[in-house]
Design a protein around this ligand. Structure first.
Ligand SMILES: [Zn+2]
Length: 118
């Protein structure tokens, strides 16, 4: 029942869950929760609620620290985000991949409170 008059009045604006800055949706990366994991949805094809953030490492890091992604997605628990971080890193081409092995990343993959991931 969505009216088609929504139209193309400029770009839709979304708020980056990392830095809190508003930006055109097309400038932000859509993130959705799939099976307890936060995954990048660059084509914006996946169903469900999406969170938006700048496809930059610092915004992803900020969002993770504030647990803004599960909150924005209304997830009932923490979301694994290692794949998302890796995706953004690959986009930005930052560093040499070795940084991905930091202890922080390992901890995030398991979830800070030890909840089962599946
Ligand atoms: Zn941002």
């Amino acid at each position: 029942m969505r009216s088609s008059s929504a139209g193309v009045r400029g770009s839709p604006i979304r708020t980056c869950v990392g830095c809190g800055v508003r930006a055109a949706k097309s400038d932000l990366l859509r993130v959705v929760a799939v099976g307890g994991e936060a995954v990048a949805d660059p084509a914006a094809r996946r169903p469900g609620r999406g969170a938006y953030l700048h496809p930059r490492e610092d915004c992803v890091e900020r969002a993770r620290r504030r647990r803004a992604i599960p909150r924005a997605l209304r997830a009932s628990g923490p979301l694994a985000d290692g794949g998302l971080v890796g995706y953004v890193r690959s986009l930005t081409g930052a560093g040499d991949g070795q940084a991905a092995g930091r202890a922080e990343g390992d901890r995030a993959r398991r979830g800070p409170h030890g909840e089962p991931a599946v």
